[in-house]
Each structure stands twice: as C-alpha cells, then as structure tokens.
Design a protein. Structure first.
Length: 393
C-alpha cells in the first residue's frame, strides 16, 4: 500500500473508531484572502471573501479536510503592491496555512510573485487578469487561477465590437501593469481580427479629469471605446466621454469597474443613457447549474435573503472564490500531505469537477494553471437598476 492510500485509510479508521472527535479538536486549516478590502476595489475583495467563506461552510459541514475544519482570515493589501508583498511574507508565518486566495489588482499580484515563490506559498487567483500573473516563468509555478486572462479577454472584447459592426476602436487604459497587459493583448488581437486601433489614451490612478483625452477620442475615427480601468477612473472617463460625445460611442469594458462602486460614481441616469458593456465570467442569471443555484441559496441565507439574482455585488468574485476553495479542498483530500508541493501536484491532477462557474474538465494540468478561457467569458450590460444582465451570445 502506498503512502497516499495509507494516509487516507488512517483517517477513515480514526473516524470509524470514534477518534474523529479528537481530529476535530485539532487546529483548523487556514485559507487567507488577500485583497483590497478598503479602497477602490473593496466590493470585489469582499465578494471573493464571501465566496471563500460560503465554500468553507459547506466543506466543514461534511467533515472538513481529514477531520480538520477550515478557517478563513482576511488580509488587506489596499491595492498597494508593497503592502501586498508584506502581506505575503506575513502570511507565510501563519500556522496551518493551506493557501492564499488573492487578487482584484493585477499590479499587486505581479508584485507578490517573488514572495509567493520564495516563501513557497500556494496562491489561488480569484480576480486578477494580467496574463503574467500565471505566465510568470516560475518553475514550479505556485499560482493557479479561476479568473479572466487578459490575452483571452482581448479577443472577446474585440470580437464583441466586430459582431456589432464596429471595426475602429479607441483604447482607454489605466497606466498600470494591468493596462499594459491589456494594451499588448488588444494590439495583437486587433491585427488578427482586422480591427483598427485609432487612438490610445491612458489614465493614472486617482486622476480626476479625462477631458482632453475624451476630446481627442471624439476627433478620431473611433466607433467604440475599449475601456480598461477600475471603478473611480472608469467613472471619470465615462463622464468625460459623455460630455464630449453623449451616447454616440459604445463603451466595451473590461471587468475592473465592477470591483468597485461604478454605478454610484457614474449615476444611474448616465449609466442608463450610455451604451456600456462589460466582460464577465459568471452571472446567477446565466449559470444555472445545481452548484450555482446552491451558491445563490447560501448567499441569500447568509447575507441578503431577498436579493435579486442580478443584484449580487461583484458576483464573479463570489463564484471564483467559491470554486477555488472547493478545488483546493479536493486537492487537499487527495494529496499525500498538506504542504505546498503536495497540494500543487494534486491541483495539477484533479479530475473533472462541476463548479458554480462551469464544469472544469479538468480544472488545471501541470502545464495549464488557468481554468477559464475565452469560451467561458460573455458580455453583460447594465439595466435600469444598475445591475449587469448577460448579453445573449
């Protein structure tokens, strides 16, 4: 009998002999959620945390992992890369840490890569689209992701524009590693799809005006705007574009703006007047599998009993955090032990799993640490209540 089977048999015998109560008294296994909980993307960070928390409740109800309960803790990086690196180093000292679920900001996740691998921590990306977060040149690679991938998102965003007969676009990008990641992907995808990028404008974090750039876009031949920004900067750009062009140009947006309070910052009248579409991976209106419905039921029971399925804030973060936690638990149940190397190997060799977002068949492989691809993305548009409604494919 190999060590793997011996470990599982021992756990089974202990539980059957009444020793399960002893195992249950052991210190819990910890999952940390490192995200923005206090600044521009706090909505996304909290959504990820809720998804992890709800998955942990389910796992603990069925006996935890090897008889040990799971516990979730918060770590706030404030959207600051240096703070994110410090958080990883601090979490490395956390006893019984299984993994860090992280994201929202690509610049933070990229800055954390050295510390993640120096400390040999497992990092599960639930909301960071930068291609380099996963394609990071580390061997072995400790990063696994259930999230959008920028190189895939570019094709989806531009194909959506082309499907609407829009072949000349302007880019409005935040001046960060995430914006640069998207610029590279959009530039490459546009040449393949026969789309002309006629103007590129950049916005800094905390920038308060976009009037000159909006005027420049208005003077260009752009038929649509591809926007890549978080909620505050996206709101600044949207107001400036409306002031210059009214609702003449559609805005086709990456998902960063839904990690914060974009609806409030823009205002529902302007939101309704403008033609704004946002890339998404999950909606309780679009995914109707048993696992997605179970997640919605738990979310309502725990946080908001009467919430409409379209109104769950940053629903992608909830679903990604939820699925990643279940995937980690399955890896832990099958691993030789619970150290990072064993868990990484187990994640790379998981069988198919029906999650809330999709059926992962399989989730990851030794050479593929991204679980979601272009065929898993869709576009959504804001309704009069400010909620995102999936666009029919």
């Amino acid at each position: 009998m190999n060590a793997h089977n011996s470990f599982r048999l021992l756990c089974l015998l202990l539980c059957l002999s009444g020793a399960g109560s002893v195992l249950a008294k052991q210190p819990p296994l910890v999952i940390a959620v490192d995200a923005d909980f206090s600044t521009v993307s706090a909505t996304g960070g909290q959504a990820m945390y809720y998804g992890v928390e709800l998955a942990i409740e389910e796992i603990n109800e069925t006996g935890g992992i090897a008889g040990r309960p799971l516990h979730v803790i918060k770590s706030d990086h404030h959207g600051n890369p240096a703070r994110g690196v410090a958080n990883i180093k601090q979490l490395a000292q956390q006893k019984n840490l299984l993994a860090v679920v992280g994201g929202v900001h690509t610049p933070v996740a990229i800055a954390q890569l050295d510390a993640i691998h120096d400390e040999n921590i497992l990092y599960l990306g639930a909301w960071a689209a930068g291609t380099a977060v996963v394609d990071n040149n580390y061997t072995p690679n400790n990063v696994f992701r259930v999230s959008v991938r920028d190189s895939e998102a570019a094709t989806v965003l531009l194909n959506y524009a082309k499907s609407r007969g829009l072949t000349k676009v302007a880019l409005a990008l935040e001046r960060t590693a995430w914006g640069r990641s998207n610029f590279a992907s959009l530039d490459q995808a546009a040449s393949k799809l026969g789309i002309d990028i006629v103007k590129t404008a950049w916005v800094n974090w905390q920038q308060v005006t976009f009037a000159l750039d909006a005027a420049s876009i208005a003077d260009s031949e752009a038929e649509a705007i591809i926007m890549v920004a978080n909620a505050p900067e996206a709101a600044v750009m949207t107001r400036a574009i409306h002031a210059q062009l009214g609702d003449a140009l559609p805005i086709i947006a990456h998902w960063g703006l839904v990690s914060g309070d974009f609806t409030t910052l823009v205002g529902k009248p302007l939101l309704t007047a403008m033609d704004i579409s946002v890339i998404q991976t999950f909606s309780f209106l679009y995914q109707t599998s048993p696992q997605a419905q179970k997640l919605l039921h738990r979310y309502r029971a725990r946080f908001a009993a009467d919430i409409d399925a379209s109104a769950v804030p940053a629903a992608v973060g909830v679903a990604h955090g939820y699925d990643l936690t279940h995937l980690l638990a399955r890896a832990a149940q099958s691993a030789e032990n619970l150290n990072t190397d064993a868990l990484r190997d187990a994640l790379e060799n998981l069988p198919s799993y029906e999650g809330a977002v999709k059926t992962y068949a399989p989730p990851f492989t030794p050479t593929r640490h991204d679980a979601l691809w272009a065929q898993d993305y869709f576009m959504a548009r804001f309704n009069g209540a400010g909620n995102l409604i999936p666009v029919k494919r």
